[in-house]
Each structure stands twice: as C-alpha cells, then as structure tokens.
Design a protein. Structure first.
Length: 116
C-alpha cells in the first residue's frame, strides 16, 4: 500500500485547512486510516483515525475542531481542520493499518503552519 497526502500549507490562527490522503495498492479490511503529527522537538502523536466501519478516535486537543472522514470507494481519508491554533503547527503524517498484521504504512508528511 502507498499513501499520498496533500493539503498542508500556511494559515492564520482561526483559519481552516483540509488534508487528504489517498491509499493505493492492496487495500485490506478491516483497516483504519488516520493522521499523526509531529511538531519540532516533540514526539509524533495521534491526531485522529477512522476505521473502515466508520468509528473514529480523536486526540483531546483537536476534538470539536477537527473532523476525520473517509471515502471508501476512493480509499481516501480527509482531515478537516477548523479553528486552527499556532500549537497545531506540525508535520502531519497519514497512516494506514489493516488486518491481519496491523503494521504501519506511512505517507509522506505534509507541513501545516498556523501563524499570523
């Protein structure tokens, strides 16, 4: 499986961005796709994930501001980020995991910068 992420950029505080990540190759089910982020000097952390059945998990820091969704027909996951804060600045990485091994497949990072 290969992942292609897009949608990062520079946005002012309070603004919005949408990230996309398209998976290609042998997609297995059940699976989940999601987003992690890594800010300078910090560990990579889970932002949000969505399972092939539709259930979702969010980090407390983004719940209520970010929404993850997926289009199973297109094997694409989206992260709608609203009310962005400077502390959301990070490189965002797409991830795919699937049964039976649940091993990690990472996409290339996309930089999100929230600054005035």
């Amino acid at each position: 499986v290969q992942l292609q992420a897009s949608g990062g950029g520079l946005v002012q505080p309070g603004g919005s961005l949408r990230l996309s990540c398209a998976a290609s190759g042998s997609i297995r089910s059940p699976n989940y796709m999601g987003w992690y982020r890594q800010a300078p000097g910090k560990q990579r952390e889970l932002v949000a994930r969505i399972y092939s059945g539709g259930s979702t998990n969010y980090a407390d820091s983004v719940r209520g501001r970010f929404t993850i969704s997926r289009d199973n027909a297109k094997n694409t996951v989206y992260l709608q980020m609203n009310s962005l804060k400077p502390e959301d600045t990070a490189v965002y990485y797409c991830i795919y995991k699937a049964s039976p091994t649940w091993s990690d497949t990472w996409g290339q990072g996309t930089l999100v910068t929230v600054s005035s």
